[in-house]
Design a protein around this ligand. Structure first.
Ligand SMILES: Nc1ncnc2c1ncn2[C@@H]1O[C@H](COP(=O)(O)OP(=O)(O)OP(=O)(O)O)[C@@H](O)[C@H]1O
Ligand SMILES: [Mg+2]
Length: 272
């Protein structure tokens, strides 16, 4: 078993922790708009008990975002007028998931506050171009725990597109000068190959994102934002800035809590 010592404790408003909870954790990814309420509720308590402040939570789309985005070709952009409806439906699905997650946070006693990326971001060919963070920064200073998500956004080239929770989490970590980014998914970390397809794959204690060492695949279910491969690509710039990035299994009770508390936890530490 791989154990990591993660010696990161956070203090001061200027160095928040960013926690991304994958759609593979907060939803049943093989269903359709099927929330994983047990995971959501447990994770809300893990976050609460770790007393990590300041904290920004970003969640993925899972079975709320990906199937609708795929059906309406949202990532590809606006090509036919009837896609307007589909784009909005995809956004509404994410709003619904965000509402569930914020409500569970509130029920656990967290000062959760939902922020819609659609209202903060314009992308250019899929990459964040404009980002308005003033309300979020002030909310953090006031003691809130902002909760964002992968969303449909307006794109200057394509009309609209999908902004992945992974891209957003990495960019927020950069802009907010985060000390660390914890990426929670439904696998123990990065493996030598997709563990869901290859039972002989082994978990990597650390991994250099710049290297081409392992076979990184997409996702087992529909994932319009590139699965594990897309996730790792997003972290590169952040690693260059010295932000600590780790992958943990958020489906396993206690892993996120341990990572937040800076304790030894099974997972993968990403390096340059
Ligand atoms: N080498 C690898 N190591 C670990 N997981 C891998 C690898 N290659 C592919 N994967 C797949 O990546 C998946 C995690 O990425 P995925 O995008 O599905 O999750 P997520 O980001 O949590 O969900 P969402 O995109 O909805 O937020 C794992 O379930 C696993 O099947
Ligand atoms: Mg994904």
């Amino acid at each position: 078993m791989w154990l990591l010592t993660v010696g990161w404790r956070v203090s001061g408003l200027r160095h928040p922790t960013i926690l991304k909870l994958g759609g593979s954790v907060v939803t049943n990814k093989r269903g359709f708009m099927s929330p994983n309420l047990l995971n959501i509720r447990r994770l809300a308590w893990e976050v609460k008990e770790s007393q990590t402040k300041p904290l920004v939570l970003v969640h993925g789309g899972g079975s709320y975002g990906h199937p609708l985005a795929y059906r309406h070709k949202v990532k590809q952009g606006l090509k036919k007028p009837n896609q307007l409806h589909g784009m909005s439906q995809t956004h509404q699905a994410m709003v619904a998931l965000n509402k569930l997650i914020v409500n569970e946070g509130l029920a656990a006693g967290l000062p959760a506050l939902g922020f819609s990326p659609l209202s903060m971001v314009v992308t250019e060919d899929g990459r964040i171009r404009d980002l308005y963070l003033e309300p979020l920064k002030r909310a953090l200073e006031e003691g809130f725990m902002p909760v964002l998500y992968g969303d449909t956004v307006i794109d200057s080239e394509k009309g609209f597109t999908i902004l992945s929770g992974d891209q957003l989490a990495c960019r927020l970590a950069e802009e907010l000068k985060a000390s660390r980014l914890i990426l929670g998914t439904d696998v123990d970390g990065l493996y030598s190959s997709d563990p869901k397809k290859d039972p002989s794959s082994v978990l990597l204690e650390s991994y250099s994102v710049g290297s081409q060492g392992v076979e990184i695949g997409g996702a087992a279910a529909i994932d319009v934002t590139g699965g594990m491969k897309g996730k790792l690509a997003e972290t590169l710039k952040l690693l260059e800035k010295g932000v600590q990035v780790m992958l943990v299994n958020a489906s396993k009770p206690g892993r996120v809590a341990k990572a937040l508390e800076g304790e030894k936890v099974k997972g993968t530490l990403l390096t340059l």
